[in-house]
Design a protein around this ligand. Sequence first.
Ligand SMILES: Nc1ncnc2c1ncn2[C@@H]1O[C@H](COP(=O)(O)OP(=O)(O)OP(=O)(O)O)[C@@H](O)[C@H]1O
Length: 302
Amino acid sequence: MLETRGLTKSYGDTMAVHDLTFTAEAGRVTGFLGPNGAGKSTTMRLLLGLDTPTAGTAHIDGRPYRELRDPLRTVGALLDATWRHPGRSARSHLRWLAATNGLPERRADEVLGLVGLDSVSKKRAGEFSLGMLQRLGIATTLLGDPKVLLFDEPVNGLDPEGVHWIRQLMHALAAEGRTVFVSSHLLPEMEQTAQDLVVIGRGRLIYQGTMKDFVERAGSRGVRVRTPHADAMRTALRERGAEFTEEANAFVVSTLDSDALGELAFTAGATLHELSPLTGSLEQAYLELTGDATEFTTGGSR
Ligand SMILES: Nc1ncnc2c1ncn2[C@@H]1O[C@H](COP(=O)(O)OP(=O)(O)OP(=O)(O)O)[C@@H](O)[C@H]1O
């Protein structure tokens, strides 16, 4: 589990993170979203003890990073995936890391297998493609078999196969009971990867909760009702004072939910061929909720 309480960090006059309180639970993939400059990287650095909070706390597995007894076995982090070690092979790099952290050397081969790099384990990391480097970075985070994983923009620059692979891996890691905390600007991808969300803007918390609630609450576009008995349905909707628009044999109702519409159709004697809440996408919901928190906007309307 990963947790911040009243986390605050200022750099001179800049309040990078302000009174931020959120939790990322074990067994879940939690997406970490926010416009440019929202404070995501700062939060990640504070969680990993790479910077000191001005106020508040950032805990991993119940304590600050710097107080963890066995950091590599507790948390793995991928912050800059393009980091490379050109002189060494992937395998010797991982063996060296394992040895210097008191882990068995065979763990290097295990994680190379986990990320699908066994066939190129003897190749120098300097010759790796971006996708291979990303896998090597992830292998490094998994070395200590940690309970908590932090990934900052892990799918940047990856091809669809690589993106798909990372998504599956994150699901598998969470299913094993680990805490997976991941930031990304690729919202359609995030929508398929994360079950929970933490959204920040200008250093403050905008949303913490499930992906489903976020998309439904912010992105709701009403309920679509399709019926062969359009006249009966229209009359019932008007009598109820509902707001709706009409398409061929269908209504999009913005002021009643599916339960109420199902009951209304039943009492009006209108057979239902479709009753579907029109939820928006994560992208729509995100743009609605973070509109005011964006540091830079395009166009001259703001
Ligand atoms: N070391 C620093 N010194 C001064 N200001 C900083 C420092 N680090 C971050 N900031 C400022 O704090 C704010 C938050 O930055 P941060 O990099 O955490 O945002 P971010 O959400 O990661 O942005 P992006 O999505 O663009 O990577 C920004 O206004 C940034 O300029």
